[in-house]
Design a protein around this ligand. Sequence first.
Ligand code: SAM
Ligand code: DTB
Ligand code: SF4
Length: 426
Amino acid sequence: MAVAMRPLTARITLLRRLAALSHCPQQIASTSPIPRGCNSDVAVPCFGKVASGHGAFVREYQSEVSVSPNALASQESPAAVAGEYAIRNEPRNDWTREEIQAIYESPLMDLLLYGAQVHKHTHKWREVQQCTLLSIKTGGCSEDCSYCPQSSRYDTGVKAQKLLSEDIVLEAAKKAKEAGSSRFCMGAAWRDTVGRKTNFNQILEYVKEIRGMGMEVCCTLGMLEQKQAEQLKTAGLTAYNHNLDTSREYYPNIITTRSYDERLKTLELVRDAGISVCSGGIIGLGEAEEDRVGLLHTLATLPEHPESVPINALLAVKGTPLENQKPVEVWEMVRMIATARIVMPRAMVRLSAGRVRFSQPEQALCFMAGANSIFTGEKLLTTPNNDKDADQQMFQTLGLIPKPPNFNQGHPSSVDERVEEVAVAA
Ligand code: SAM
Ligand code: DTB
Ligand code: SF4
């Protein structure tokens, strides 16, 4: 490669282009920032220099530097270029899968650094949203999601229950608010809400009541129909959680009882009803790295990015088909979180299930990489969550600030307001 033949320290003039990771045909799927077979005599990534018709260049300047090609290569990783781009431009939703793969494969230190930079630029740095989950209808689910302890097909010890009564739900929301949580999320072990009129109407009441308590309200009840999405909106629902879980290709290995397209349809109905979309996935299901990239690619190319992107690390529950999966390492979470942060800069990226297995320093790395939301409270849906006192102590140690509720569908009404918020925080 031309780079290897250069003297280690060369004085070179660079024409640097901070661009969208782009459509340079030679860069496809390369982990190196130098495109394969690139005939450029410039020892920095061209990011489209050889491609004609490549738009989206945002800045172009000449600089004289004295630096080794290796150093240049590490400075200009895809995460670096995409991070710089994200800081100066509106979010993109025309990512190619190869571009996201290149970001995902960047050196971890670059992912951490540029995840942090994009995070700091786009959000109030150190502010972390605290959401509390309550399983309002547990177990006995007809679906075969192979990670889930609530499926009736697996013997996990989770018993099927009826919808929780109003007093229990409202008491749990009150406690969550007192403990500093700004969002209350109610989960039901259902495939969908069809034919569940009585229960659904009851849930609409819960939404109204909890919204009236001054909390953001989220539900995750399975697939929705248009009318139900609209009713939830009218009741005051802030966000609806419906995860894609993994890539389209890997999905049939995990769930056979409902399709990827059905999931996407629910996200569309939620969006059309004017409710914030909360959608992410799980890592550690046995998927390949390409599948993690595939999941992020689908989310980052939706007509609008989800306002929240939960990144779950599989909690391998005994009795489920995935009970023997090996635990996800923190570096895998960091890679996933930072990539999500860089490609969907304005989303709340939630360090979700699996946090209980990470030490405080490991969680701090996830926040550095760009996570700005967590689930707090003693339980997730059926599994234990991080200890409340330990979380409070972590907020103190790291100087994290609880995010106040936002009732404008999870994001500020205008870019000006967002920038103003970020400026105030800085
Ligand atoms: N039944 C509804 C549905 O499937 O959409 C809502 C509840 S479901 C439990 C919500 C999400 O929790 C799933 O989509 C999955 O991403 C996550 N989840 C469930 N079990 C998990 C586990 N063992 N480890 C990590 N995440 C899990
Ligand atoms: C999400 O992405 N993770 C949460 C929430 N959305 C509903 C659920 C995690 C469930 C973990 C397994 C359990 O507690 O049953
Ligand atoms: Fe049912 Fe949801 Fe669990 Fe799938 S993830 S088995 S739909 S509760």
